[in-house]
Design a protein around this ligand. Structure first.
Ligand code: PLP
Length: 391
């Protein structure tokens, strides 16, 4: 008998929408005439000293599993780095879990915390995986919209008004994918007070924290008074160290939550790949100067792109971090999806419609500037011609 797969896949999974980014990029697959400002991935190859550490690791024959928590030497490097950068001190043996990217850490944390029907608040527009990850963990995902007026930082009053008796978790992501928003410290302090008042757990995805361009130090909500005990700090190597393919991240937080995540991780992933873990030690110990060079290059591209977009009439605020700009295209009378589709079809420039990141992204476009300078220039020229056809 031929298997009938209808109704065989779990409802929880069948109901997950396809990623708005993937859906859009299926249109681009196989085409070489397209300039992509689409994919949120560094255009740099991983710095050589980090690749070399991976090669040495293999050369030495390190091809085994590691501790489920991750190599102790890596956890010690993580704790040192996190203390220096985020100013929060963790116990490497009980409060750190090395994961397969921040992606796995998000999934583990939500599955470890949520009972069916528990609510998770997150600021929107946001990274595409948050709501589906909450739903897959049987939680209810509730978006708190942010606006251009607030430079896409979370408005504390709106946040507090969205809290219900079932709200258990607040997810944060500053600097933000897709808006590049950086929350001012005063806003973070207000959010922290609200979380303490309502006894919320905070999952803070700070994967872009090194990529900040205003010269001010990054402040993690985990470092604010009373927050460490209720916050899970998520970080990884994909963005700042250009290590997406290494698939490595980590979670630092209260021991009961880390050990609950570990219970799932030990049976699902077992551990992150040892080669990546050994390369990551090199990134943390000796990767900063290469990272700063990449950051400076992103800053120059951001400045150029924002200037050009504003000249073209694609009204664009100067984002404080990450590697995305989020111009307002509402004045052209097209939806985000129409704008992005026509830009792709008529001028062969791929950018992501703001609605891929939630309904509050309507009227915006996400352009990633982790792309070669000459490509960004050419994309701007093409966008200029496209916009001329609209007016
Ligand atoms: N969090 C955010 C906000 C992201 O933008 C991304 C990737 O784009 C991830 C997490 C995924 O990170 P990783 O590669 O560490 O799984």
């Amino acid at each position: 008998m031929i298997m009938n797969w209808q109704n065989k896949i779990a409802e929880q999974v069948s109901s997950i929408p396809r990623s708005g980014i993937r859906e859009f990029f299926d249109l681009v697959t196989g085409r070489t005439d397209i300039i992509s400002l689409g994919v949120g991935e560094p255009d740099f190859v991983t710095p050589w000293n980090i690749r070399e550490a991976a090669i040495y690791s293999l050369e030495k024959g390190h091809t085994s599993y590691t501790s489920n928590y991750g190599l102790e030497s890596l956890r010690r490097s993580i704790v040192k780095y996190v203390d220096g950068f985020f100013h929060v001190n963790y116990d490497p043996l009980r409060e750190v879990l090395v994961t397969v990217g921040v992606s796995e850490a998000i999934d583990l944390a939500l599955r470890a915390i949520l009972n069916p029907g528990d609510e998770v608040l997150y600021h929107e527009p946001c990274y595409v995986s948050y709501a589906p990850s909450v739903n897959m963990a049987y939680g209810v995902a509730t978006a708190v919209p942010t606006s251009k007026r607030d430079l896409f930082a979370l408005n504390p009053e709106l946040l507090e008004a969205s809290i219900t008796p079932r709200t258990k978790v607040l997810m944060l992501n500053f600097p933000t994918n897709p808006t590049g928003a950086v929350a001012p410290v005063e806003t973070l302090q207000e959010i922290a007070r609200i979380c303490i008042r309502h006894d919320l757990i905070v999952l803070t995805d700070e994967i872009y924290s090194e990529l900040r361009y205003d010269g001010k130090p990054h402040v993690s909500i985990a470092s604010l008074p009373g927050m460490k005990e209720r916050t899970l700090l998520l970080h990884g190597f994909s963005k700042a160290f250009a290590m997406t393919g290494f698939r490595l991240g980590y979670a630092c937080g209260p021991e009961p939550l880390i050990s609950a995540m570990m219970k799932i991780h030990q049976y699902s992933m077992l551990c992150a790949p040892i080669t990546s873990q050994e390369a990551a030690i090199e990134a943390l110990e000796n990767g900063t100067s290469a990272m700063l060079k990449m950051r400076e290059s992103y800053r120059q591209r951001r400045d150029y792109l924002v200037k050009r977009l504003n000249e073209i009439g694609m009204d664009c605020h100067l984002p404080g971090g990450a590697f995305y700009v989020f111009p307002d295209i509402s004045r052209f009378g097209l939806t985000s999806k129409e704008f992005a589709t026509r830009l792709l079809m008529e001028k062969q420039v791929a950018a992501v419609p703001g609605t891929a990141f939630g309904a509050s992204g309507e009227g915006f476009l996400r352009c990633c500037y982790a792309t070669a300078f000459d490509q960004i220039k050419e994309a701007c020229n093409r966008m200029e011609h496209f916009v001329e056809t609209l007016s």
